[in-house]
Design a protein around this ligand. Structure first.
Ligand SMILES: [Mg+2]
Length: 267
């Protein structure tokens, strides 16, 4: 038990008090629910590198059906750049939040993006890219409002990556580290998926609906925590400690559940 607590304090969020229930026990009403869905590891399987994920037509078709059933109250909430999600989900008419909430695209237009020292961020990105050139076991992902170093192929690189990225920022910096699955990122402080969800619930089609948030990794825990406080529904995809109330084992199981809820079996 003490090991479990050590892990929780290390990753920085409150331990789950009750284990999450099986998602199969949950049913939702499309007229009363707003969907907030993470992308990688939630709607699509995680791939060896960020560029090699596969988004097949069935995902786009499912999302379009959900947008219609939920009267527009569907948002993707991803750490990826907004443009990348928009390109990969070509034709998606719902809302998209990219960069952990740094950018939001809504039917009414793009919201003002977060302000940060872009010149300094440029130097940080450059240093991280150089690191990945000198250390090919690590992959750098350049983002509009940050940079990620991935070590999925070489988990033993985690401490070296973390140490290097930490050395680029100070304790009172406007930038901070964000851990994800087999990756560490530098992003502006003050943005989070929880903040993205808060902002999006202000839009008309989302207002007054019960919030459902689904995600798979540490970057989703801030949103789980806030959504739980709003008496919303939280769903963790896959293994690992979480404060989400429900769990399912994989993106495909989650998508099957979504299809069952809307009684739309894919052709
Ligand atoms: Mg994810």
């Amino acid at each position: 038990m003490s090991n479990q607590w050590d892990y929780y304090s290390m990753v920085g969020f409150v331990p789950e008090t009750d284990p999450p229930e099986d998602l199969e026990r949950l049913s939702i009403n499309a007229d009363e629910t707003a969907l907030f869905l993470d992308f990688d590891g939630t709607l699509v399987d995680i791939a060896p590198t960020p560029d090699t994920i596969k988004v097949d037509a069935s995902v786009r078709s499912l999302l379009n059906d959900l947008v219609r059933e939920h009267k527009g109250a569907v948002s993707i909430v991803s750490g990826r750049n907004l443009q990348e999600i928009s390109d990969r989900l070509d034709g998606f008419a719902g809302t998209i939040s990219g960069g952990h909430g740094a950018e939001i695209r809504h039917a009414s237009g793009h919201l003002p993006v977060i302000e940060c020292d872009l010149a300094r961020l440029g130097h940080i990105k450059k240093a991280a890219r150089e690191f990945a050139v000198l250390e090919p076991r690590v992959i750098a992902e350049d983002k509009r409002f940050g940079v990620v170093l991935h070590f999925r192929q070489h988990p033993d690189m985690e401490s070296k990556v973390r140490e290097f990225l930490s050395s680029l920022i100070g304790s009172d910096d406007e930038f901070e580290l964000q851990s994800a699955k087999m990756a560490v990122e530098i992003k502006p402080k003050g943005i989070s998926k929880a903040d993205a969800v808060k902002r999006i619930t202000g839009f008309d089609e989302f207002a007054g609906r019960r919030i459902l948030f689904a995600g798979d990794d540490e970057t989703d825990e801030s949103a789980f925590s806030w959504v739980n406080e709003q008496d919303g529904i939280t769903i963790k995809i896959g293994e690992g400690p979480t404060c989400a109330h429900y769990r399912t084992h994989s993106p495909s199981a989650f998508k099957d559940w979504l299809r069952t809820q809307t009684k739309m079996m894919e052709s």
